[in-house]
Design a binder for this molecule. Structure first.
Ligand code: ADP
Ligand code: MG
Length: 724
């Protein structure tokens, strides 16, 4: 079959598909969290004392004693076996965006050749995968491979069902033999602790006496594309790079705005329902689904949960989006930019912090008392975004996200914070000294009139801001669709911890200097805004004027590529931030810089190799075949005395030659070595390889527009995007 015949075959197969039948859906109450070893399940399975101990561990992070761990392990094993599990696995979150697991059987054989099952507290608490194949930067020499996984009781264990049977999954942290974090969960938990400790100080200074442990929350909206697997399997770029490296634009794209929130295609509906039923069984609160802006693009958002659990759940959502798609004859593309010229995919990370006694500290609330706490926490975020903008840019940096950031569909590569008109005015007033505090009639009158009638929903949203206040939370909109949410959450919690520490010491100074509470708050916030107010921006983040003003007038950084962004991990401010908050040691941080840099380089190199390979073996031959058709025709016609216009042949020949010249340059650039530093290697990828790939692509895409459709070997944009 020639390439173009396989294209026709794919279309035939797809149009004759019948949607997979989903088993009759069961009521939510029957399936909700049935595969989760939740607190409720434990309460049923455990004796009172053991349950009390484990509940305390879950809620406060206090370690569990060995005897109770044994009891919990036994109950967990019995429950898992009753669900059909024969294996268990610690699941952990290495420095990639994926998860890792090592499966062990419950079985051990006894001396008379029989088999019994065993699962002790020791096995539950600690696993030992051979850690040498996980990216670890320079933390371990390859000969010192030992790594440990350790149970994280604050994220519930669950059962995962595959064709290979059921497995008990135990969310875990992953560390080196010497105790360094090799994963993303350890710093997330530490960042939450640091935020909690600093927040406690601020709230105590604000006169709160009963302060429960603070936790961060996360609700992440996930965008994705679905493409029929018949097409995807015929495109090596989709299979290996997760995006199209070639493809001329479709005559119709998203300009009609007819996909966004439109009726969901029947096959996709069945897919979503299947997916959501699996999520519900795992206790993942999938809440909304809808079509997104680009054709073939969709979104799923769960209800928000505490950040540690939400991050684990987010990983599972990505895994299930992909595995379920396969069953339905789709491939699910989580890449940030699968198709050039139409919108890419992001993951909006909604984030707030709070506890059971003071509630959500990023909710303005309805009383002045709440408002003061709110203003301090909101101010802390502003300071964090300003001070650590480059870090926030670094944690969203990836080869894929570079295609989105800065384009006019996604937030710019400049980190600013959007507050909404009302709140922006409050902070501006504080800064300009318009708000003063006074005591009147024995009651505190803050003069903060405008804050009292705060509406939870600011009238408008700013879609052009990378970091926006949305009524009771911040939405980090610039995160890439395939990224794990750990990095952004770690950065936000940690910068908040740092800001709250600063606020606590400043407040303390003001209060000891004799100011009353509200005056101390206002003075603190004024000083904060004087230093960091430049990060607040409510205008159009896509405009050229902002790109100029942000950099020239406000001193913000425009950091266009991953190569420019990652070195922030090595900056003294960021090293100090993570060190002072205890979230990452300088060694752990440096290892992250190395791992993320390596991942970027690898991603670009794979794309470059594929570009060369596809240009040479798929596209060039198609152009030659067409040229041969044209020349045969021209010769035949000439024999009959008819002169054919040969301008198309000339164009095809020229483009094909130009493409091969660009391929030669790209091959040469790919061979280059000896960069001297990681930073230089990153720049070589961003400036050298990426631009050369674009050159090859430009020629190939013009060829696609010239070569006879029936000779074109690759599924075209209009087919992949519109045939479902
Ligand atoms: P929109 O598209 O308007 O941004 P969605 O409903 O699609 O809104 O998604 C908003 C996300 O924010 C959901 O995951 C939601 O649960 C989450 N969210 C709502 N309130 C909070 C909060 N206080 N903290 C963190 N996340 C929140
Ligand atoms: Mg949103």
């Amino acid at each position: 079959m020639t390439g173009s015949e396989s294209r026709a075959q794919a279309i035939y197969q797809i149009t004759n598909r019948t949607p997979l039948e989903v088993e009759k859906t069961e009521p939510l109450s029957d399936i909700w969290a049935t595969d989760v070893f939740s607190l409720a399940t434990m309460e049923e399975a455990l004796a009172k004392n053991a349950f009390k101990a484990v509940k305390k561990t879950v809620q406060t992070g206090e370690p569990l004693d060995a005897a109770t761990a044994d009891i919990v392990a036994a109950a967990m094993k019995d429950w898992a076996i009753s669900k059909g599990a024969k294996f268990f696995s610690h699941i952990f979150y290495p420095l990639t965006n994926a998860t890792a697991e090592k499966h062990d059987g419950f079985i051990i054989s006894n001396t008379d050749g029989g088999a019994i099952t065993e699962f002790t507290g020791t096995l539950l608490i600690k696993g030992e995968p051979d850690g040498s194949s996980f990216p670890n930067g320079s933390i371990r020499a390859t000969n010192a491979a030992r790594g440990y996984t350790a149970w994280d009781p604050s994220s519930p264990a669950y059962i995962i069902h595959t064709d290979n049977g059921a497995t008990l999954m135990i969310p875990s942290v992953f560390m080196s033999w010497t105790g360094e974090a090799l994963d993303k969960k350890i710093p997330l938990l530490r960042s939450n602790d640091a935020m909690n400790a600093a927040a406690q100080k601020v709230l105590s200074l604000m006169g709160e006496t009963d302060i429960a442990t603070l936790n961060s929350s996360c609700g992440a909206e996930q965008e994705y594309f679905l493409v029929d697997s018949n097409f995807a399997n015929s495109r090596p770029d989709l299979l290996l790079a997760g995006r199209t490296l070639f493809g001329a634009p479709s005559a119709k794209g998203q300009e009609f705005d007819d996909h966004y929130f439109g009726a969901i295609p029947a096959r996709v509906q069945v897919y979503m329902q299947d997916l959501e039923d699996q999520l519900y069984r795992l206790g993942i609160p999938a809440k909304t689904h809808h079509n997104e802006v680009a054709p073939g693009q969709f979104e799923l958002a769960p209800y928000f949960e505490n950040a540690n659990v939400a991050a684990d759940h987010q990983q599972m959502i990505m895994t299930l989006l992909k595995s379920t798609a396969k069953r339905h004859g789709f491939i699910c593309l989580l890449h940030e930019k699968p198709f050039a010229g139409i919108n890419g995919s992001g993951k909006h990370v909604n984030w707030s912090v709070g506890n059971s006694t003071q509630g959500n500290l990023l909710d303005p609330g309805a009383t002045p008392h709440d408002n003061l706490n709110f203003l301090l926490f909101c101010g802390a975020v502003i300071r964090g975004v300003h001070k650590f903008g480059p870090l926030l840019r670094a944690v969203i940096a990836s080869a894929g996200n570079d295609h989105r950031l800065g384009a006019n569909e996604a937030p710019p590569a400049i980190l600013s914070v959007y507050l909404g008109e009302q709140l922006e005015k409050v902070f501006a007033d504080i800064q300009s000294g318009k708000i003063t505090s006074s005591i009147s009639g024995g009651e505190m009158d803050l003069g903060l009139d405008q804050i009292l009638n705060f509406e939870r929903d600011p009238g408008d949203r700013n879609r052009t801001s990378p970091f926006a206040f949305t009524g009771n939370r911040f939405e980090f909109r610039a995160v890439g669709s395939q990224a794990s949410v750990h990095g952004p959450l770690i950065a936000m919690n940690t910068m908040l911890a740092d800001s709250l520490e600063w606020i606590a010491s400043e407040l303390d100074k003001q209060l000891s200097g004799g100011k009353d509470q509200s005056a101390a708050v206002i003075a603190t916030l004024k000083s904060l805004m004087d230093d960091h107010g430049q990060a607040v921006f409510g205008g159009d983040g896509y405009s050229e004027e902002w790109h100029r003003a942000a950099v020239e007038d406000r001193g913000l950084k425009n950091i266009p590529t991953t190569a420019d962004a990652l070195p922030a991990y090595r900056s003294p401010e960021v090293i100090e931030l993570f060190k002072s908050t205890g979230v990452l040691t300088p060694e752990e941080l440096e290892s992250r810089f190395e791992v993320y840099s390596e991942q970027y380089v690898l991603a670009i190199e794979v794309e470059a190799k594929l570009t060369i390979d596809m240009a040479k073996t798929v596209i060039y031959p198609a152009a030659l075949r067409y040229l041969s058709d044209l020349s045969l025709t021209n010769t035949g016609m000439a024999e009959m005395g008819i002169d054919m216009d040969n301008s198309i042949a000339v164009k095809v020949a020229e483009e094909a030659n130009a493409m091969m010249t660009a391929v030669a340059s790209l091959s040469e650039a790919l061979e280059a070595e000896g960069f001297g530093s990681t930073e230089a290697h990153l720049q070589h990828c961003a400036k050298g390889l990426c631009n050369l790939m674009l050159e090859v692509r430009a020629c190939a895409d013009s060829l696609e527009a010239e070569v006879a459709d029936e000779l074109w070997p690759l599924a075209k944009y209009q087919e992949m995007l519109f045939i479902k």
